[in-house]
Design a protein around this ligand. Structure first.
Ligand code: FES
Length: 71
């Protein structure tokens, strides 16, 4: 399935870039040239990145507001 029609890049190529170490949207942009034209594929590329890294790529978990229980 084509993800970026501007750069003619499909999901397989994005997955390959991720398997080869790309971790961020910037990494995938640099590797494949996606999301550098109209930008409409940006969310789809970000979704692939999140799926590949289990939704936690480069994002620290949000602080829950709860302190760790004292022992
Ligand atoms: S569809 Fe990817 S930049 Fe336009």
């Amino acid at each position: 399935m084509i993800i970026c029609s501007c750069a003619n890049i499909n999901d397989r190529k994005v997955k390959q870039a991720l398997a080869c170490g790309a971790r961020t949207l910037s990494d995938v942009q640099a590797e494949l040239g996606v999301a550098m034209g109209c930008g409409s594929c940006r969310d789809a590329v970000q979704d692939e990145i999140s799926r590949h890294y289990g939704g936690a790529a480069g994002v620290a978990p949000a602080y829950s507001g709860e302190l760790a229980p004292s022992v």
